[in-house]
Design a binder for this molecule. Structure first.
Ligand SMILES: CC(C)=CCNc1ncnc2c1ncn2[C@@H]1O[C@H](COP(=O)(O)O)[C@@H](O)[C@H]1O
Length: 231
């Protein structure tokens, strides 16, 4: 199948200058409508946690089962689970949440190869623009739980860390699940980023790195309680 040209690709194309004048201004209406749809659909969702991780994690693998357990544990605590709606870790977290009777939400993204949201999404939205979709994750989730993943996962993780660091969001727990996978990155942050003065110790301390689903969810619940106390 030939890859489809996506809306994001058109918008970000730096070659076709002629389109900038004629088409980009109108594209803003489409972008606006994505915000409206997202706000409209998600404004009724209760407390929610976003679960991120690789789109390539195989069904039935250790990582998949871990994400299912995370989804189920969040549902048991009354949290809606928001994912990127795709396969792998996203599907597993949606499955865990949905099968445990929780609210299972998938914010899908238009990609060059057609895919649609996974089968375990109960409330689904499909976005054309990554940046609109990312706003929804941060706005409607009270915390991020991040499982092993690649570039997409890193993007979501570092966006959250930047928003917390710059105080654009406050009291936003970020949990890294998988000490083996994340250990090297966190060590590098301490040994290199921190040593070279690129971040503060508090910036790194905001991360909880664990293998324990119960601890991950307890951390999220504690973060939510802190927000309530501050209100
Ligand atoms: C098999 C494959 C590549 C499917 C792509 N299908 C996808 N569907 C939805 N969200 C995605 C997809 N790929 C990446 N993402 C986004 O990026 C993250 C995963 O990227 P990665 O696999 O770690 O880098 C997810 O949390 C999700 O928000």
């Amino acid at each position: 199948m030939k890859p489809r040209v996506t809306a994001d690709q058109h918008l970000l194309d730096s070659q076709r200058r002629s389109e900038w004048k004629q088409k980009d201004a109108w594209r803003t209406l489409r972008i606006l409508s994505e915000f409206v749809d997202g706000f409209d659909t998600l404004s009724d969702v209760g407390s929610a946690v976003a679960v991120f991780g690789s789109a390539r994690t195989k069904q039935g693998s250790e990582g998949y089962l871990l994400a299912e357990r995370v989804g189920a544990a969040l549902a048991a605590e009354g949290y809606a689970v928001i994912t990127g709606g795709g396969p792998g870790v996203m599907e597993a977290a949606n499955k865990g949440a949905s099968e445990a009777g929780g609210e299972s939400i998938g914010l899908g993204i238009e990609l060059p190869f057609e895919q649609g949201v996974n089968d375990y999404v109960d409330i689904g939205l499909d976005f054309r623009y990554f940046f609109v979709r990312k706003t929804m994750f941060v706005k409607y989730a009270q915390a991020f739980i991040v499982l092993p993943g690649g570039f997409g996962t890193m993007d979501e993780l570092f966006e959250a860390l930047t928003l917390v660091q710059t105080k654009k969001v406050t009291q936003f727990p970020v949990v890294l699940m998988g000490t083996e996978y994340w250990g090297g990155l966190v060590d590098w942050m301490r040994d290199r980023m921190l040593e070279d003065g690129m971040v503060n110790a508090q910036d790194i301390d905001m991360l909880l790195v664990t293998d324990d689903v119960t601890e991950a969810v307890a951390h999220v619940v504690k973060g939510a309680a802190a927000v309530k106390d501050a209100d």
